[in-house]
Design a protein around this ligand. Structure first.
Ligand SMILES: *[C@@H]1O[C@H](CO)[C@@H](O)[C@H](O)[C@H]1NC(C)=O
Ligand SMILES: *[C@@H]1O[C@H](CO)[C@@H](O)[C@H](O)[C@H]1NC(C)=O
Ligand SMILES: *[C@@H]1O[C@H](CO)[C@@H](O)[C@H](O)[C@H]1NC(C)=O
Ligand SMILES: *[C@@H]1O[C@H](CO)[C@@H](O)[C@H](O)[C@H]1NC(C)=O
Ligand SMILES: *[C@@H]1O[C@H](CO)[C@@H](O)[C@H](O)[C@H]1NC(C)=O
Ligand SMILES: *[C@@H]1O[C@H](CO)[C@@H](O)[C@H](O)[C@H]1NC(C)=O
Ligand SMILES: *[C@@H]1O[C@H](CO)[C@@H](O)[C@H](O)[C@H]1NC(C)=O
Length: 408
């Protein structure tokens, strides 16, 4: 046996140690292992990512990397990040406020951009966003911009699986300009331990991305469980348990004047939605000076809801007064929608109402199908009631809604 190969990279006073035993196996296996340096581990992590000889980057169980500077890890090819330990983003609010990556879209920022092709992030470990300091600061000053925990930027054929994501300061996962991306067996927990809620902690936001799968995951958070933002196409969301969220949401869309937003071919199936503001939801802007777009071929099926305020929702007058919505109907058309097999209980926040399908006038919502909506309100409100406005409804349960063609 030859002695273990130990490579030490001295980079801005940080080291990463890559070793294997014996030496030749290191080259053959391409495994590089990171250890905690005691200071910022971002430079070593970045160095391992750009080192062509590291096809696998291992963060061992028991190791916590401290990330104190932003990481642009885009343009990678064929890397496996085997995260058994923890990647923890240091809560230096001043640093991140000045230095995080920025996106024009909804003024988002990010700690870490991961992108490129044929990537795998797995290992059973944890991404920790140190969110509590952010939740507390945001409660004092809502102009604080909080970074996204994991951003897949220009990612193609990327799988993220068997990872825990905790304490994200704001959105947990952002898929921006991705293609063929899969998330599987992810556990998300964004919960505040103080009186200040973990706001805007969306589980996933998909944007300008095609062919995305999110499956077999558990989410405990304080905003959308999954949100399909502009230009999300061919999306499968399956077998999720969402707790405390704002639901599985299309949109909001058509917000920005001059922009055209598309959400098309989405299937959300086998979803357990508990203690949530919404279950299955589509929201689009109306009013003066907004954008336009299309929401087409969306199926929500097999939802089991518990204690949900608005179990089934279309709101095509999002953030718009009734009078403005009548005057300036939404330019985001909604077509070919299925709400099938939605069961469970509402919270009673909307009294007996368990489904509300509210569209702009003039046929902007068409071919909306309702089948097997059996959600019940708390018994004190009596039988479930169903509301609709300006929507062409079909399906077994269409008659529960009565006529939907009024314009008031
Ligand atoms: C990230 O790095 C790539 C080069 O690897 C560069 O082209 C790109 O502009 C960087 N992105 C940001 C946001 O810094
Ligand atoms: C996708 O990436 C995986 C590595 O995660 C690789 O094994 C597979 O061959 C890639 N698929 C394609 C079509 O390139
Ligand atoms: C899911 O991920 C956890 C680690 O977070 C792991 O222990 C478990 O084995 C994974 N489940 C499957 C089915 O791979
Ligand atoms: C659903 O996801 C859970 C993890 O949240 C997993 O344990 C279970 O096996 C999955 N069910 C199916 C049918 O894949
Ligand atoms: C689910 O969410 C509710 C409301 O946010 C919370 O009180 C409860 O502790 C959560 N349950 C679990 C299992 O985390
Ligand atoms: C969405 O895609 C359409 C068609 O390609 C394009 O015109 C539009 O600018 C895109 N919108 C966004 C927000 O990227
Ligand atoms: C509708 O979307 C589903 C994915 O949810 C897809 O399988 C199907 O082909 C789409 N239908 C049309 C007509 O594009």
């Amino acid at each position: 046996m030859r002695p273990a190969l130990v490579r030490v990279y001295a980079l801005a006073a940080t080291v990463y140690t890559a070793f294997a035993s014996p030496a030749l196996e290191h080259r053959a296996s391409g495994i590089c292992t990171l250890s905690a340096s005691g200071s910022d581990d971002a430079p070593a992590f970045l160095a391992s990512a750009s080192d062509a000889s590291c096809s696998t980057i291992t963060i061992p169980s028991g190791t916590t990397l401290s990330i104190r500077s932003k990481m642009n890890m885009t343009g990678l090819t064929g890397k496996h990040i085997n995260l058994q330990g923890t990647i923890k983003f240091n809560p230096d609010l001043d640093y991140w406020t000045d230095n995080a990556f920025t996106f024009d879209f909804q003024d988002q920022t990010a700690f870490w951009l991961l992108g490129g092709k044929n990537l795998l992030l797995d290992g059973g470990g944890t991404l920790d966003g140190s969110g509590q300091a952010w939740y507390d600061e945001f409660a004092k000053d809502d102009s604080v911009v909080r970074p996204i925990l994991l951003t897949l930027f220009q990612a193609t054929n990327v799988t993220v699986q068997n990872i825990n994501m905790i304490n994200g300061p704001e959105w947990i996962n952002f898929v921006n300009e991705g293609q063929d991306v899969t998330f599987r067996n992810i556990t998300i927990s964004a919960v505040s331990t103080s009186k200040n809620a973990a706001k805007n902690t969306d589980g996933w936001d998909i944007f300008r991305s095609d062919n995305v799968v999110i499956e077999d995951s558990t989410i405990n958070n304080g905003d959308d469980c999954v949100s399909f933002k502009p230009n999300s196409t061919n999306i499968l969301v399956s077998n999720l348990s969402c707790n405390g969220s704002h639901g599985i949401s299309v949109g909001s869309l058509g917000q920005y004047a001059g922009e055209y937003d598309i959400v098309q071919n989405v299937l959300a199936t086998n979803i357990r939605m508990s203690n949530a503001q919404n279950g299955a939801r589509i929201k689009a802007w109306a009013g003066k000076n907004v954008g336009s777009g299309i929401v087409k071929n969306i199926t929500f099926t097999g939802f089991v809801e518990t204690n949900v305020d608005n179990p089934v929702v279309i709101d095509q007058c999002y953030e718009t007064s009734d009078s403005d919505c009548a005057k300036y109907p939404s330019n985001t058309y909604i077509q070919d929608i299925w709400f099938d097999d939605i069961s469970g209980t509402s919270s009673g926040k909307e009294k007996a109402v368990v489904a509300s399908l509210s569209c702009s006038p003039d046929g902007r919502c068409s071919n909306v199908n309702v089948n097997g909506i059996t959600v019940t309100p708390p018994s004190k409100y009596g039988d479930a009631s169903f509301e609709c406005q300006n929507v062409e409804l079909s399906g077994d349960d269409a008659s529960l809604f009565g006529t939907c063609d009024t314009t008031d």
